[in-house]
Design a protein around this ligand. Structure first.
Ligand code: HEC
Length: 172
């Protein structure tokens, strides 16, 4: 085997490994496999959306839309589509996992490599956001795979039985 052949073989193995890692990093299949009190989960137990054949969404997707619009839209644009200032979260969630979103929203993010100062604030102390972060994630996850169109969801499942209680105890 020539030196070059060995080089290409090694490069091939390395890119296979990297490809494998990149795939493993991708968000898991968003299909809902279980639900508890109106909140759906994927096969890894991560929060996910549920959209009925009639387009009716689960309650969390709906609340996520409302909370996204109130707290994130002024930077990230309507329907998660991005703005001149902040990236499209519809795109970001094609590669970011639940844990990535949690970390960024709680701790913030500052792109120091950009000449413009891009700052994602940290919301870890903001109950109006952290108490609804699963709902916001669920809504954006649905948007990122085109499960729901732009705009306010037209119809949603009823409010889960314990939703208000959980909300009140989180908001303190
Ligand atoms: C004050 C403007 C502002 C607000 C409000 C804001 N963001 Fe951001 N966000 C940014 C900017 C700017 C970035 C890009 C930061 C960077 O690249 O370093 C960002 C980045 C992110 C990222 C990482 C995207 C990626 O591809 O890495 C996530 C996730 C995110 N924001 C979620 C949210 C959510 C959810 C909300 C609402 C709860 C929110 N943001 C509210 C400005 C904002």
């Amino acid at each position: 085997m020539t030196r070059y052949a060995r080089y290409f073989l090694a490069a091939g193995v390395a890119s296979c490994l990297m490809g494998g890692l990149a795939r493993a990093d991708k968000p898991a299949d968003p299909a809902a496999v279980s639900s508890e009190d109106g909140k759906y989960a994927d096969k890894d137990g991560r929060p996910t959306f549920n959209v009925g054949k009639d387009g009716k969404v689960d309650f969390y997707t709906y609340i996520g839309y409302v909370r996204y619009t109130a707290n994130c839209m002024h930077c990230h644009g309507p329907d998660g589509l991005g703005s001149t200032y902040a990236p499209s979260l519809v795109n970001s969630l094609k590669s970011l996992d639940y844990a990535d979103v949690m970390t960024t929203v709680a701790n913030g993010k500052k792109d120091v490599s950009e000449s413009s100062q891009l700052v994602m604030p940290s919301f870890g102390e903001n109950k109006n956001i952290m108490c609804y972060i699963d709902a916001i994630y669920i809504y954006l996850r649905a948007r990122s795979v085109d499960a729901i169109p732009r705009g306010r969801p037209q119809d949603h499942e009823p409010k889960p039985k314990d939703f208000s209680e959980t909300e009140d105890s989180c908001m303190g």
